[in-house]
Design a protein around this ligand. Structure first.
Ligand code: HOZ
Length: 432
């Protein structure tokens, strides 16, 4: 089919003159897949439109937040009405407690929450808090998991770091990561060994309970239980990074789905309804160490911003009142994932399809994909070819093999059929 890309190309050239790579976050660049990134001018429901008028079924959803679809009326109204009263005060507003209350209602272990403006701030602060609480230095993270771009966490990270093949970021002195232990995901033995070697020295284990940042990788049966038991035994904290999974896999996130209670939870994306919000929360005993109550300092001019609080609250209130959405998301995601898998099989293309609820990835490898070692065996060239044909046929997927796709409550049967038809075309063109 082919797309007209003239306007997007012009906009990209203009942006490149002023913004590194023309993007304000590297995952938006098309370096790993090639082709012209569309410049988006409008979104409605499950669709977005670019500057050339091309219409796409959107499976990025702003990398997770848009569970209610683009320009959801309830969210738009809430933001407009908040904006009429002023956009920022640097002083407390009632909207902060409104959002706090509904978030806390979703997580049984959470008694207090602190809002920040991004997932990076949330995880960075939660780790500082875990160190303050345990008075220990080491942290454990997992290969292929991504917890934002704080120095100590850019070790064997997923997301853009994995996509661009940057093993550890330039500008991070070795000393800043000397207390970060990066272990393979879904490997209980490796964790046990680390806890044996660093007994009573590990402040916390931080994990994406369902990984989205090396593509979608679910936890093996019993793995999250093992994380809980090992951390509890050593009196280290368990942090669930639910920036992606919170309010997506269930209203109470992955911890509700898998029935595990971490000590701290980090959130972002959906809790801001498409505006910049992050958060970390947990029991009073830990959260009361946060300034001004305690000695762990963390701050932010735009934290708890009234527009962001209003968008988040409108989104969560809608989800709370329509919990059947999760069944609908599961059903439609299952249809699209298995539909594409079926046309791949017909065409003789080998895929490993990973999905939990409305997060999924078509890995171009026989799999199984259970961690970074197996994810990184994917044929990224084949993914790139698939991605470009999908885009030309109006399907907007994450431009990387190592990012989960998301769908929202506004995706339709027609979107699914269009996606499967596009995949059929992509596989027909694929060299076998
Ligand atoms: N966690 C998001 C995608 N893996 C980050 C989005 C971004 O870096 O812009």
């Amino acid at each position: 089919m082919g797309r007209v890309v003239e306007q997007s190309r012009k906009l990209q050239k203009r942006a490149e003159q002023m913004i590194p790579g023309g993007v304000n976050s590297p995952v938006r660049a098309f370096r790993a897949v090639g082709g012209d990134p569309p410049f988006i001018v409008r979104g409605q429901g499950s669709h977005i439109w670019d500057a050339d008028g091309n219409d796409y079924v959107d499976y990025i959803g702003s990398w997770g937040p848009m569970i209610l679809g683009h320009a959801a009326p309830t969210v738009v109204e809430a933001v407009i009405s908040a904006a009429r009263n002023g956009t920022s005060f640097g002083a407390s507003t009632p909207a902060e407690a409104d959002l706090a209350e509904i978030v806390i209602s979703a997580f049984p272990q959470m008694q207090k929450i602190r809002f920040v403006s991004s997932g990076t701030e949330a995880t960075m602060s939660a780790i500082r808090l875990a160190r303050a609480y345990t008075k220990r230095k080491y942290i454990v993270k997992f290969e292929g998991c991504y917890h934002g771009h704080a120095d100590a966490l850019l070790v064997k990270a997923g997301s853009g770091v994995a996509t661009l093949g940057i093993p550890g970021s330039a500008g991070v002195p070795e000393e800043f990561t000397q207390f970060t232990l990066a272990l393979p995901f879904n490997d209980t033995d490796a964790l046990e060994k680390a806890f044996k070697k660093f007994r009573h020295q590990i402040a916390c284990v931080i994990v994406e309970p369902v990984v989205g940042n090396m593509g979608c990788v679910p936890p093996a049966r019993g793995y999250l239980e093992a994380l809980r038991a090992i951390t509890e035994h050593d009196k280290a904290l368990l942090i669930f990074d639910e920036v992606m999974t919170g309010f997506r896999l269930a209203f109470g996130g992955a911890q509700e789905l898998y029935a595990i209670r971490p000590d701290l939870t980090t959130l972002g994306k959906i809790i801001g309804g498409g505006l910049p919000v992050g958060a970390y929360g947990g029991p009073n005993e830990i959260m009361d160490l946060v300034a001004p109550l305690g000695p762990m300092y963390q701050a932010g001019t735009l934290s708890g911003n009234p527009l962001a609080m209003a968008a988040g609250h409108a989104t969560l209130r809608y989800l709370k009142e329509h919990k059947d959405i999760y069944n609908k998301l599961d059903k439609i995601a299952a249809e699209v994932v298995s539909g594409v898998a079926a046309v791949a099989k017909e065409a003789g293309v080998t895929l490993c399809c990973n999905r939990v609820g409305s997060m999924f990835t078509w890995f171009f490898t026989p799999g199984p994909v259970t961690g970074w070692d197996s994810a990184s065996k994917s044929d990224t060239e084949a993914f790139g070819r698939f991605f470009r044909v999908m885009l030309d046929n109006g399907i907007y997927l994450p431009p990387s093999q190592y990012e989960a796709a998301f769908l929202g409550a506004t995706h339709t049967e027609q979107d699914v059929q269009q996606t499967i038809a596009a995949a059929k075309q992509a596989f027909a063109l694929a060299p076998v």
